[in-house]
Design a protein. Sequence first.
Length: 353
Amino acid sequence: MNTFGKKIKITLFGASHEEYIGLTITGFPAGIEPDYELIAKRLAQRRGLMNLTSKRLEKDDYLFISGIFQGKTTGAPLTVLIKNQDLKSEDYQKYYGIARPSHADFTQYLKYQGYEDYRGGGISSGRLTVAFIILGALAETILKKKGILVASRLKSVYTVIDEDDNPSLADLIRLKEEDFPVLNFESKAKMLAIIEETKAACDSLGGVVETWVAGLAAGFGEPFFESVESQLSHLLFSVPGVKGIEFGSGFQITKMKGSHANDEMYYEDGEVRYYSNHSGGINGGITNGNLICFRTAFKPTPSIALPQRTINFLEKENTEITISGRHDTIYAIKALHVVNALSNYAILDLIES
């Protein structure tokens, strides 16, 4: 299914090497003026640092073809088209039938019985996430007016960890505007070094993105199947490469006793406050007024220029593959901005619902 959402529904379409990819948004509030400067900035952040990410040069030219009149949204379905450019489909044509390890080549072949568009990963490509960036920027425009901020940092790259925790609001504002956001600048230098070392070795890396949502009041969400965690997780697992999500202290909470894990509460100036945030700002699927905090784990980029054992599923034989082409050494850097975008959308849909 390519459709998601409760009050504000989205439908994603297109593929990596088709002429266009796009998104239709149904239920988006009327009277909103898109912030085109913000959209351009968020798109540039996703393109990332070119020495560390894919050399596929996308301008991300886009056009709203419906849902905007006299410069503002009308409340009708809002559709955006994004032009695909700088395509090199021949890089993929020569590999067809040879399953790239940890890609969707084999699974798509089975599901679509050989009719799949395999170029550039087809419908499973990270290229489609550019549409999420535009969606997120539209949502961010509304959330700003409500005093809600979503920001992320690279918590870790391989074994290098950004150690600092408990960011201030000023920290979150800074993180939001950086291409390579970390809290500790020494961590950034170490991360860049291991990325360059790995790139030179024709290998790849994974990473963890940590995200905070500030300014969201208590009382949003539902128990069970439409919890805040459920909605965010459902969306974020649509981002290629995501292998895990945890909220608050996540799996580390299993190593605590209840006396440590419980988030004790107090009143300050008539407002409910918390002494800790092991629950990640959510109790029973509902926001509790604390910072929402979660971490998203990204696997290493599976396209690497090293020999790997695999199969030729057309000939039904074993073989090897060395993947050439233009690929990210680590796509958690780009994906961080996609996490921000989808989180903006998820929070807006939560509020509007």
